[in-house]
Design a protein around this ligand. Sequence first.
Ligand SMILES: Cc1cc2nc3c(=O)[nH]c(=O)nc-3n(C[C@H](O)[C@H](O)[C@H](O)COP(=O)(O)OP(=O)(O)OC[C@H]3O[C@@H](n4cnc5c(N)ncnc54)[C@H](O)[C@@H]3O)c2cc1C
Length: 462
Amino acid sequence: MALESTLDSSSSAASLRGLCGGRVHLPGEPGYDAARTPWNLVADQRPAAVAVPHTVAEVVEVVRAAAVAGLHVAPQSSGHNAGPLVEHGLGDTVLVRLHEMTGVSVDPEAGTVRVVGGTLWQEVVAAVAPYGFAVMHGSSPDVAAAGYLLGGGLSWYARRHGLAAGSITAVEVVLADGTLVRCDATHEPELFWALRGGGGNLGVVTAVELRTLPYADVHAGMLMWDRVRSPEVLRAWLDWTRDLPESVTTAIRVLSFPPLPDLPPFLSGRQLVVVDGALLEDDERAAELLAPLRALDPEIDTFARIPTAGLPQIHMDPPQPTPGVSGHALLAEVTDETLVALLGEVGPGRTTPLLFAEIRHLGGALARPVGGGGALDRLPDPYLLFAVAIAPTPEAAAAGRAAADRLVAALRPWSSGRRFLNFTENAVDARTAYDEDSYDRLCRVRSAVDPTGLFQANHPAR
Ligand SMILES: Cc1cc2nc3c(=O)[nH]c(=O)nc-3n(C[C@H](O)[C@H](O)[C@H](O)COP(=O)(O)OP(=O)(O)OC[C@H]3O[C@@H](n4cnc5c(N)ncnc54)[C@H](O)[C@@H]3O)c2cc1C
């Protein structure tokens, strides 16, 4: 960015000083660094200002003031997917961080839950559990509900119940003109359609209302082997997934843990292959379904009936802000050759900076449109690739990116060319995530509610 426009942006941003009860932080001010730091510590966000609202009224005042000052607005809840925003550049943008605007209220009669803008999934899961309800969170407890749902949301319930965005019954959103709208299937239905999968392109989401699922407990857990077993375990898992009921949603990962004192001894310095997930079945049927994998004699087997409140823990995702770089592809098919290509990068005997290379099993209800639709209402591909390297230094980030790129390239022959934006942590052309009609419709809704392009999403639709 030219020096002149940087100076313009900083003097414009100064006009926001004092808003949000004083929680607007400008570069150089004491609160700026803490407020701009996202969950993914690799993303060095340097916005013109960071606002940390506590109320809807504060969101409205920041959106209005940013528009008057000629600045963009980037809503952010946890910062799990902050990487693309840094690539787009935030020098003329107010980052609106919603992590201090949280809360959950359950309506047990209606079986719905209202989730305030910046709330993390772990709070939602804990709030609905006493009523015997579950929600369609992902593998990580500290991802925020808003960003995850706006991107579609891939849960352990997915092959039975589809994308999590299909569980949204209403959205409250502050639009570019500063108005607060509550939209649902009958009120502002086009906006409601666009928000279910259309990302942070439409406004600042201050609350989402969801339909819960009637599961108090679930059969879930993980099976673990040493990485030397990965060729046979990967092949057995692939065969197993070909003939599974939609009640079973699992993933397989080849993991390489560094030798760290913070890790439990069974993980520290180990290379492993792990299958985990959930079976919406009674215990007898679950045991029957798991038998072919158990026949491979795993070193650890934790599959059992657990309260649904424990489900966000099974994947062992990092429990605190972490520096990470990643690669992703949606796979139109996975064959024995695909597995050979994967093992060529992370299999036995390979040294890799990747913490894990993961294939998630899609299909089932994920391949069908969810009831009532949405900008992203299905994932048509049968498998998803996601690989992550921990990147505490720029050198580690470069090595991790190169390894993730190599893995994605090695699996390109099986890639569909489509993407799931929740797992896309670099700037891409967002149209690759939608069918053509849906993308055009999303862009039309966006132009109608945000004609000047005030909002800066991590994955912009324009
Ligand atoms: C360890 C790990 C595990 C994951 N597991 C899963 C998984 O199992 N399933 C899955 O689907 N995804 C998963 N993800 C991806 C995750 O869902 C995305 O990164 C998602 O974008 C995170 O949402 P967030 O709000 O927490 O992050 P943010 O970075 O805060 O948000 C991402 C984008 O969403 C939009 N946004 C966020 N909040 C708002 C808001 N209140 N109003 C308007 N726009 C908003 C913005 O455009 C923002 O740039 C995982 C990611 C990681 C790192």
